[in-house]
Design a binder for this molecule. Structure first.
Ligand code: PLP
Length: 294
C-alpha cells in the first residue's frame, strides 16, 4: 500500500500514512460522497462527467467543499506524480469531523481524500467470456442517484453473489422492477433494442452508461430507457453490465439460467467494439492530451 500516492486535505503522502479522526462523519454516518475514475495512458477518462457527478452528489447532500473546483487539476497532478499510466483514482469527500450528532455541525470542515492505484485490468478475460450474476432484492436507500458512501445494501448483495460464485448481483425492487447491479449499470437486449432503467432516484447515473447510450446512438442501435421486469428476464437475448473499471462485461447467466444461448451476443460485441474505437479516438485526440497536460 505504501507506494500508493494519496492526497489528504491537500497534503500529498503515501496512502498508508493517511489518517482521519474517528469522529469524521464519513466514518460515523457514511456522510460523504465518492468518485472513481479510470486512467488510460496517464489520462483521466470521461473526467468531465465524473467531476460533474461529484459536484452534483456534494450539492444533493449539502456538503460545501470549497476546493471542489480545483480537483480535476489536482487529481491529474497526482496521476502524473504517480507515474502510473494505467490506473484508477478514488476520490472521497466527507462532511468532516464533528461531535457525534445526526444534524449537521454548524461549521463543517469537509475532509477530502484521493489516491491513485495502478490498474492491471483483471476484467480482460471476463470481457471475452462473460460473467454470471445473482438476483437479489434491492434493499438500498431511496437516493441511489447520489454516489454516497452508504453502500451496505450494495455490499450485502455483491457478497451474496460472490458466495454463489458470480461476478455481480442483479438488483430488483419488491414491485418486480430490475434496477441495476451492485457496482455497475445494467442493460438487456430484447426485440432488437437495448433496454436500461431510466435515470432517477433508483439508479446511479453511470458515467459509462452515458457513454454507452451515445455509442448505441452512433451505431443506430435502438435504446429504450424503461424499467425491465424480473419476469421479462428469460425473454432477453443478451445482457451486459458497464462500469468505469469493467467497461462492458457480457452477462451470460442469471442464477442457474443461461442468457439465451449462454454466450455473449452480437449487440454486446458491437458495443464493446464501439467502446474500443472510442478509446482509441480519444487517446489520439487533443482533448486527452489537454487533460494530461493540466
Ligand atoms: N451503479 C452502481 C451502483 C455503481 O456503484 C457503479 C459504479 O461504481 C455504477 C453503476 C457504474 O457507474 P460508472 O459507469 O460511473 O462507473
Amino acid at each position: 500500500m505504501s507506494d500508493i500516492p494519496a492526497s489528504l486535505d491537500g497534503s500529498i503522502m503515501p496512502l498508508s500514512e493517511a489518517r482521519v479522526p474517528v469522529t469524521d462523519r464519513g466514518y460515523l454516518f457514511g456522510d460523504g460522497v465518492y468518485e472513481f475514475l479510470r486512467v488510460y495512458r496517464g489520462r483521466l477518462h470521461l473526467a468531465d462527467g465524473h467531476f460533474r457527478r461529484l459536484t452534483r452528489s456534494l450539492h444533493e447532500l449539502g456538503i460545501r467543499h470549497d476546493q471542489a473546483a480545483t480537483l480535476p487539476r489536482r487529481v491529474q497532478e497526482l496521476v502524473n506524480h504517480s507515474g502510473h499510466l494505467e490506473a484508477t483514482v478514488y476520490i472521497q469527500v466527507t462532511r468532516g469531523a464533528a461531535p457525534r450528532a445526526h444534524a449537521f455541525p454548524d461549521h463543517p470542515r469537509p475532509c477530502e481524500l484521493f489516491y491513485v492505484s495502478p490498474f492491471a485490468d483483471p476484467y480482460a478475460p471476463k470481457r471475452a467470456a462473460g460473467v454470471g450474476v445473482s438476483r437479489h432484492p434491492d434493499i438500498r436507500w431511496g437516493r441511489c442517484d447520489i454516489k454516497s458512501l452508504n453502500l451496505l445494501g450494495n455490499c450485502l448483495a455483491v457478497q451474496a453473489a460472490k458466495e454463489a460464485g458470480n461476478h455481480e448481483t442483479l438488483l430488483h425492487k419488491d414491485d418486480g422492477t430490475v434496477t441495476e447491479c451492485g457496482h455497475s449499470s445494467f442493460f438487456a437486449v430484447m426485440d432488437g433494442a437495448v433496454i436500461t432503467h431510466p435515470q432517477g432516484p433508483r439508479i446511479l447515473p453511470g458515467i459509462t452508461r452515458e457513454l454507452i447510450l451515445e455509442l448505441a446512438a452512433s451505431r443506430n442501435i435502438p435504446v429504450r430507457q424503461r424499467p425491465l421486469r424480473v419476469e421479462e428476464l428469460p425473454r432477453c437475448r443478451e445482457m451486459f453490465l458497464t462500469s468505469t473499471s469493467a467497461e462492458i462485461l457480457p452477462i451470460v447467466r442469471v442464477d442457474a439460467n443461461p442468457v439465451h444461448d449462454g454466450v455473449p451476443g452480437p449487440v454486446t460485441r458491437a458495443l464493446q467494439e464501439a467502446f474500443s474505437a472510442h478509446l482509441a479516438d480519444w487517446l489520439a485526440s487533443d482533448e486527452a492530451a489537454d487533460s494530461a497536460a493540466i
